[in-house]
Write a protein of this length. Structure first.
Length: 159
């Protein structure tokens, strides 16, 4: 009876130690994640402040590092896009937009409209119009597709 009790106690203590270790590891990971999130929020505010001050190169550097960490974050994507357009870094922006298109499996007309907008701004209106027409043809029942294309055309004064 004594050996059975010892054996049970040993097994129980192993599980208890494993549980305690995993709880501590989770707490540390959660704390690190919270610190990273706070740090990223701080960096985002800094980038927004730099952008307001028209320091687009510095703002882009921060937005780009945030975007590289979390490419699906639309705040980071929009910050990168705005500043790259202002700095006329169209070739780099095409790569980023194509990444967004791939992340959305090509199903989000917003990114296609953005791509057309960049082509128009870099001096290729025929390519831009072709992309916008494709957006409307591929998404005829999505109102958002029409809205994105219309906004891109209005931004470029194509009315």
């Amino acid at each position: 009876m004594k050996n059975r009790f010892k054996s049970h106690l040993l097994r129980t203590s192993k599980w208890a130690m494993l549980f305690a270790a995993s709880t501590v590891a989770f707490a540390l990971a959660s704390n690190t994640f919270a610190q990273d999130a706070d740090f990223n929020k701080s960096r985002l505010r800094t980038a927004q402040d730099l952008e307001r001050r028209r320091s687009y190169d510095n703002a882009l550097r921060i937005y780009r590092s945030l975007y590289d960490l979390v490419p699906r974050n639309q705040l980071y994507y929009e910050g990168v896009k705005r500043n790259m357009v202002r700095l006329k870094k169209f070739d780099e922006l095409v790569v980023i937009i194509r990444t967004q298109i791939n992340l959305s499996n090509g199903n989000n007309p917003r990114f296609w409209a953005d791509l057309g907008n960049v082509y128009y701004k870099r001096g290729d209106p025929a390519q831009a119009l072709s992309i916008w027409e494709t957006v409307l043809a591929d998404h005829p029942k999505q109102k958002s597709g029409y809205i994105y294309v219309a906004n891109a055309m209005v931004q470029n004064r194509l009315y």
